[in-house]
Design a protein around this ligand. Structure first.
Ligand SMILES: NC(=O)c1ccc[n+]([C@@H]2O[C@H](COP(=O)([O-])OP(=O)(O)OC[C@H]3O[C@@H](n4cnc5c(N)ncnc54)[C@H](O)[C@@H]3O)[C@@H](O)[C@H]2O)c1
Length: 250
């Protein structure tokens, strides 16, 4: 697959905003796009100072913080909207369902589901005002479609189910404005979020469930995020792309 650094005929580099750009999949996506010559702005709770692109402080679960960060990105782009947004900021908390209280639920669903809505809405407002449409990619998970007996998190699974429903709804609602909305559903990826690799017994069990018999890398997910953010996927909208080494098919 080749991903062109700019739209055919376009003069300016493609503008990409990546949330969760300080770590894991978000960082890999931002770095890959930057390497392709795109103009990248990251958002993160803890902005990385060593990143070769601006990373603005933002809490994606907070409406005002999200709007302020999108305003800040627009200032960096001289008032222009992003061409694409990849929303990677999220949390996972291993907790048995019987121990999941309201605070646990709200902290996970309130970040993963609400953050996806707030980020997508802020992106769409700018894209609609800019009149050029765009691409929004949300991050789901294999947990949206498969239960996990080993390290369960009911709140996390529900939050990612919400992300997939949101993806379809937004693709339909904003399609006439030229905005595509898709989700990427990683399996088990080797990032700081993944706790299972620290537990050899659980790790061996997880590998048995993955046909590829290995964890994915952040870069392998980033390549799909960048494809969906690019014009290479110009007629792809409303879908969830699994990047899971075949786990969803097993
Ligand atoms: N790693 C996996 O195995 C895996 C599997 C399936 C889905 N995912 C999803 O992929 C996405 C990225 O995961 P990752 O593995 O790169 O995780 P990560 O923990 O490496 O990175 C997550 C980033 O989000 C940021 N973040 C957390 N809360 C935030 C907030 N309130 N506001 C702004 N930024 C915030 C963190 O600071 C961090 O930089 C998440 O949505 C996750 O649910 C990951």
């Amino acid at each position: 697959m080749s991903v062109t650094p700019t739209d055919p005929g376009a003069r300016a580099p493609r503008r990409l905003l990546v949330t969760g750009a300080g770590s894991g999949i978000g960082r890999a996506t931002a770095e890959l796009a930057r390497g392709l010559g795109w103009s990248v702005v990251g958002l993160d709770l803890r902005p990385a100072e060593d990143a070769p692109y601006p990373v603005l402080a933002c809490d994606v679960s907070d409406e005002r913080s999200v709007q302020a960060a999108f305003d800040g990105a627009a200032r960096l782009w001289e008032g222009r909207a992003p061409d694409a947004v990849v929303h990677c900021a999220g949390v996972y908390r291993f907790r048995a369902a019987t121990s999941t209280g309201a605070a646990d639920w709200d902290s996970v669903v309130g970040l993963n589901a609400r953050g996806s809505m707030l980020v997508a809405a802020a992106a769409a407002r700018q894209m609609i005002a800019g009149g050029a449409g765009g691409s929004i990619t949300l991050l789901s998970s294999i947990a949206a479609v498969r239960g996990d007996a080993g390290e369960p998190s009911a709140a996390y699974s529900a939050s990612k189910g919400a992300v997939e429903a949101l993806t379809r709804q937004l693709a339909v609602e904003w399609g006439p404005d030229g905005i595509r909305c898709n989700a990427v559903a990683p399996g088990v990826i080797d990032t700081p979020m993944t706790t299972v690799s620290g537990n050899p017994e659980a790790f061996a069990q997880v590998l048995q469930r993955i046909p590829a018999r290995r964890l994915g890398s952040a870069e392998e997910v980033a390549r799909v995020c960048v494809f969906l953010a690019s014009e290479e996927s110009s007629y792809v909208s409303g879908v969830v792309v699994a990047v899971d080494g075949g786990q969803g098919a097993a």
